[in-house]
Design a protein around this ligand. Structure first.
Ligand code: DP6
Length: 318
């Protein structure tokens, strides 16, 4: 039995748009914070007489097995097959997976689940061929399964561009993640589909340049420990991505009135305190907050004082 675990990540400069779909090559560089408490665990059990691989939910105390649709488990197994071919893995396997975070906690599990599957393939190679596949090589392979998964190989930060993903360090670390839960219904438009659609927006012209510019603004803000500037850049960046969605032809979107109410609360917190959390959104309706370590008391109070918002803190989910 082979096992591996990988963390999730949240992007502050977003991956949106691809120059190549087969390899998930991103149109622009992205930067993410690794959410090391939110993990996917994958087990691969060799099958002696099976003609193909199969996927099953992993049942384990304190872990939640994903409820994968046929389409999703087919995508997962197709990617495992691709890994087996690229790495020269022999035999067929029963793949089991589970997350230590609930499916409705606002985090997509594709980054951690594709990263963990690639890592388990690396474990099989170590055993079958007595050879070690490097982390950067595995990250590059994982990218082909789901782009954002290649950032989950590094921490505390990861930067990913058309050449691959690398670890990054800034004076900013030990961040606390909260998700303001707005909706957990299945998305009508998956993030893979969003990548295809955004190119139809007139605003897509110049998108790569804007993302690059914000990446350098954000790095400057982190290095200069200018948190307010970091907030402004991250805020502008997710609005840019959501504007791409809403200006696509035809338009689509994820925000609802509860999203807007949650964003208004974040803004008024900043106004009141002259300080607050970084705030971002993925291709979904939920709002993600990142608080500095010295803001922990504020983070808990933010949640307590707003019982109308469903705020989940990292400790409670993980
Ligand atoms: C909005 O990595 O899920 O979360 O490569 O098609 O699997 P595929 O897409 P995926 O896209 C994630 C997009 C995002 C922004 C981000 O994480 O950078």
């Amino acid at each position: 039995m082979y096992t591996a675990e990988a963390p999730s990540n949240i992007a502050l400069i977003k991956y949106m748009g691809k120059t190549d779909t087969a390899s998930n090559t991103p149109t622009n560089p992205s930067l993410s914070y690794t959410l090391k408490h939110f993990r996917t665990r994958v087990e691969a059990e060799p099958l002696s007489n099976a003609e193909s691989d199969c996927w099953e939910p992993l049942t384990l105390e304190r872990w939640t097995a994903p409820d994968l649709s046929q389409k999703s488990s087919d995508r997962y197994l197709r990617f495992f097959n691709q890994l087996k071919q690229e790495l020269g893995i022999r035999g067929n396997f029963r793949i089991r997976s589970a997350n230590n975070f609930a499916p409705d906690c606002g985090l997509a599990s594709s980054a951690s689940s594709f990263a963990a599957l690639t890592m388990v393939a690396g474990e099989i190679v170590r055993e079958q061929k007595s050879s070690l596949v490097g982390r950067d090589v595995l990250a590059k392979m994982s990218q082909k399964g789901s782009g954002s998964s290649c950032r989950s190989f590094f921490e505390p930060w990861s930067i990913w561009d058309e050449y691959g993903s690398v670890p990054a360090e800034f004076p900013v670390k030990g961040l606390l993640h909260q998700a303001i839960m707005v909706g957990s219904e299945k998305k009508e438009i998956s993030s893979s589909e969003a990548h295809k659609r955004v190119v139809s927006s007139l605003n897509f012209n110049g998108r790569a340049e804007r993302a690059r510019e914000r990446m350098s603004q954000l790095i400057d803000a982190f290095q200069g420990e200018n948190w307010e500037q970091a907030f402004a850049v991250v805020w502008a960046e997710f609005w840019d991505m959501h504007s791409l969605f809403e200006t696509s032809m035809p338009p689509f979107g994820y925000m609802n009135e509860h999203t807007l109410a949650a964003l208004a609360e974040v803004k008024s917190f900043w106004k009141e305190h002259g300080d607050g959390p970084l705030c971002t959104m993925d291709a979904g309706p939920n709002v993600h907050l990142l608080w500095r370590d010295d803001q922990r008391a504020w983070a808990l109070k933010f949640a307590q004082d707003r019982p109308n918002l469903k705020v989940l803190s990292e400790e409670a989910i993980g």
